[in-house]
Design a protein around this ligand. Structure first.
Ligand code: ZN
Length: 437
């Protein structure tokens, strides 16, 4: 039997992209216009939809009049659902809203408490909705934020016991118990490298990144490279709640196991981008031809950092600029041609995680090949592998016999694609998201 391999991406794609947008400043009307264009193939005010798997983030709590206000699930801090709540649940079930951008848009300290985390997670649980991805929002004022690099306190275990949930902001225990798997911490953790989970040299982290095109910006990154060497000290100096963690290596992995400051284990992911290029109008520059070509050539994974619903000051009133629309059309061509896998944030991170941790083996009988998927290798992980989470998993296997695939002793439906005289690819079928409203 020739060697069987688990593929880095679902067949037939060569690279993967997710657009991970923070919801800051996005009105409901603009959200609908942007996502009908991105997710459907219908005629929309931005032209014919591109039918891409692009998801977004959301807030459970927000108030009209708060800086960067967007729509939200609750209409007040008491947890009364807003009129958008039923539609937001539909969008969560469709995987279109799949990232919690924190629990809410808390623009001042003392706005958030553990009680609100309880209200939010209980509400999602009540409706059997599991959100697996979290991105921190805002700066020091946003005390809900988690992770050693954030200025929040959401994962700092309070000193006083028993703690008062109306007053304390610790909530990481609730979040992980609820089922959160992946989080992103802050702008300082953005990467300049096009494509993760591929070999990259030191220069690509800095002056060779296509994000820096002018000599001045390239020089600035040289200074940053110097700063990297003093990074630990730097974090200690400026960070009010700094707590030493195992060294964060200069790695190019998309996902890294991470210990929160309350010692709980989770995974943090990288986003590609720059804190000064995070408006919707910056998207054509962030995903320019050179970036897309590099991503595909290097066969990387990439999760883009952007605020899709936030136009630059002085921009026209359209939900997206014409250039951004053109860029999405280009990306849709790469997706439709089977080159670039464009996937929602949660599904892309899930596939990446499974690719690295799947426990499987292949065997041969007289008449067939059999692949057995046993589960996940990760001993510490509380994640359980569902059949749904295997969507798109692809194997390259010998051509000369039929293949069966078992997961927990159940045979799964597979698609088969002959690729040459020696090999075929089998894939657990993958579905595209569907616009539900
Ligand atoms: Zn934000």
């Amino acid at each position: 039997m020739k060697k069987t391999t688990l593929l880095k991406f679902p067949h037939p794609f060569k690279a993967a992209l997710a657009v991970c947008s923070d919801i800051d400043g996005t009105s409901w009307e603009n959200f609908l216009a942007i996502h009908q264009f991105l997710n459907s193939t219908a005629q929309t005010p931005l032209g014919k939809g591109v039918g891409l798997n692009i998801s977004d983030s959301f807030w459970m709590f927000d108030q009209v009049g708060t800086p960067n206000a967007a729509f939200s699930y609750f209409k007040n801090d008491l947890g009364q659902p807003s009129e958008k709540a039923p539609m937001m649940r539909e969008l969560m079930r469709a995987d279109i809203l799949d990232v919690m951008h924190g629990y809410g848009n808390f623009s001042e300290k003392l706005c958030f408490s553990r009680k609100m985390a309880e209200i939010a997670l209980e509400e999602l649980d009540k409706h059997k909705i599991k959100i697996r991805v979290w991105t921190n929002h805002g700066g020091e004022e946003s005390e809900q934020n988690i992770g050693a690099l954030s200025a929040g306190r959401g994962d700092l275990y309070p000193n006083e016991k028993p703690f008062n949930s109306e007053q304390c902001v610790y909530h990481a225990d609730l979040l992980l118990k609820y089922g959160l798997r992946f989080y992103w911490d802050c702008e300082r953790a953005l990467t300049n490298v096009v494509g993760q989970n591929r070999k990259a040299n030191f220069a690509e982290f800095y002056w060779k990144s296509p994000l820096y095109q002018t000599p001045v910006s390239k020089l600035k990154t040289l200074a940053k490279a110097g700063m990297f060497c003093a990074r630990k000290k730097y974090a200690e100096l400026i960070h009010p709640y700094f707590k030493q963690r195992p060294e964060f290596k200069l790695s190019n992995l998309l996902l890294q196991e991470d210990q929160l400051r309350d010692d709980r284990l989770t995974f943090r992911f990288k986003r590609f981008g720059n804190g000064r290029l995070d408006w919707s109008d910056d998207l054509p520059r962030l995903l320019n031809d050179r970036v897309l070509e590099t991503l595909i050539e290097k066969q990387g994974y990439m999760v883009l950092y952007i605020h899709l619903g936030d136009r630059l000051p002085g921009a026209d009133s359209a939900p997206l600029s014409e250039e951004t629309v053109r860029t999405f059309r280009k990306i849709a061509e790469l997706y439709q041609s089977g080159t670039l896998w464009v996937e929602t944030v949660s599904r892309l991170l899930n596939y990446n995680y499974i690719y690295h941790h799947l426990d499987w083996y292949a065997r041969e009988t007289e008449s067939q090949f059999i692949i057995h998927i046993k589960g996940l290798q990760e001993k510490n992980s509380k994640m359980t592998l569902s059949q749904e989470s295997l969507s798109g998993i692809s194997f390259k296997i010998s051509m000369d016999k039929p293949v069966l695939l078992f997961f927990k002793n159940r045979s799964l439906d597979i698609q088969q694609f002959p690729i040459d005289q020696n090999y075929q690819i089998i894939m657990i079928p993958r579905t595209n998201i569907e616009w539900p409203l």
